[in-house]
Design a protein around this ligand. Sequence first.
Ligand SMILES: Nc1nc2c(ncn2[C@@H]2O[C@H](COP(=O)(O)OP(=O)(O)OP(=O)(O)O)[C@@H](O)[C@H]2O)c(=O)[nH]1
Ligand SMILES: [Zn+2]
Length: 204
Amino acid sequence: MDAIVKNFPRTGQESGRPTQQEAEDAVRVLLRWAGDDPLREGLLDTPMRVAKAYRELFSGYEQSPEDVLGRTFEEVAGYDDMVLVRDIPFFSHCEHHVVPIIGKAHVAYLPEGRVLGLSKIARVVEIYGRRLQTQESMTAQIARAIDETLAPRGVAVMIEAEHMCMAMRGVQKQGSTTLTTTFTGAFKTDAAEQVRFMTMVRSR
Ligand SMILES: Nc1nc2c(ncn2[C@@H]2O[C@H](COP(=O)(O)OP(=O)(O)OP(=O)(O)O)[C@@H](O)[C@H]2O)c(=O)[nH]1
Ligand SMILES: [Zn+2]
């Protein structure tokens, strides 16, 4: 569990969180960089709003997946088959351009005695989504957090997302979807479990 915190710090403290004033000044610089005048009336409160919005959009640094995943229960009448929560919507931001990534996560695990509250799986997606990300890292982080805290027989995570940095700028290809997967335990070693996961994700 320590590894999660070490590799993905929960707060900006390690690199020194700037003051509100510093954040607002930085936004003013970017507004000028965009070509506008931060002193015109419509933009006067914008630095304050952007600083506030950043705290919300990147609130995942303040939260720990271990806290969320720590509460489990065992009374499920011996149920030990796959639990899949699919189509969990999320917004994230790419770490290269700080532009939105919009997508859905599908998360499954094979219980070993204990199960998670279903909402906790969506909360973990939310925690990692509200950080600067690559889709590959986010997929691996969700799988590892569940694997390390719950110790199930296996975890499968699939993310489907559109990257606005590919749609709104750069190569400008709208509508393309990137798929990433991470499998651990039985999902990694047993091809039939992977197929079952894929089939359940795709079945409507
Ligand atoms: N692997 C991966 N790449 C990403 C992700 N989000 C954005 N990228 C890519 O990161 C790359 C950064 O490439 P660079 O050449 O350094 O940056 P750039 O000049 O802005 O690239 P272009 O987007 O091609 O204009 C781009 O190819 C992006 O499409 C992601 O989640 N995973
Ligand atoms: Zn990007």
